[in-house]
Write a protein that binds this ligand. Structure first.
Ligand code: DAT
Ligand code: MG
Length: 149
């Protein structure tokens, strides 16, 4: 079972797209195991985006992600990483297919609405940056046999 950290970024919150974005993961069949509404500190943002530290856009990225509240979530499922990234769409919203979150709502890479982990290892690592293990909920979803064979 994989875990992915999903963030509704500050533009998603400000544009009243929280429910729309969360609903897409929910309807897809991923299972929510953790959620919080919060504002990221610069310190957390620098940790979360540490791999991009040397990139020219790093400071803008940190300023954007800390500019307002976000929704941080952990979703679980078989192939959760690929399922979530397909639902999110390409990094550059103009390249993202219609039907994806970025393809339906985004115009620019610096306002691309949502984050999703890019590997199972990073899913676990990123989830633990935002959530302690006791903030994650293990629960049975009665619908599961209709989603997971
Ligand atoms: P993703 O968010 O699709 O996983 P990423 O991990 O490569 O993309 O980059 C993290 C974020 O950094 C991305 O959502 C937007 C920003 N970013 C990436 N490449 C960029 C670029 N060339 N110019 C500006 N911002 C960029
Ligand atoms: Mg990434």
């Amino acid at each position: 079972m994989e875990r992915t950290l999903i963030l509704v970024k500050p533009d998603g919150v400000q544009r009243n797209l929280m429910g729309e974005i969360i609903g897409r993961f929910e309807r897809r069949g991923l299972k929510l195991i953790g959620m919080k509404f919060m504002q990221m500190t610069v310190e957390l943002a620098e940790q979360h985006y540490a791999v991009h530290k040397e990139r020219p856009f790093f400071n803008d990225l940190v300023a954007y992600i800390t500019s307002g509240p976000i929704v941080a979530m952990v979703w679980e499922g078989n192939d959760a990483i690929n399922a979530a990234r397909a639902t999110i769409g390409a990094t550059k919203p103009v390249d993202a297919s219609p039907g994806t979150i970025r393809g339906d709502f985004g115009m620019e890479i610096g306002r691309n609405l949502v984050h999703g982990s890019d590997s199972p290892e990073n899913g676990v690592k990123e989830a633990s940056l935002f959530f302690s293990e006791d903030e994650l909920v293990s629960w049975n979803r009665d619908l599961d046999p209709w989603i997971v064979e």
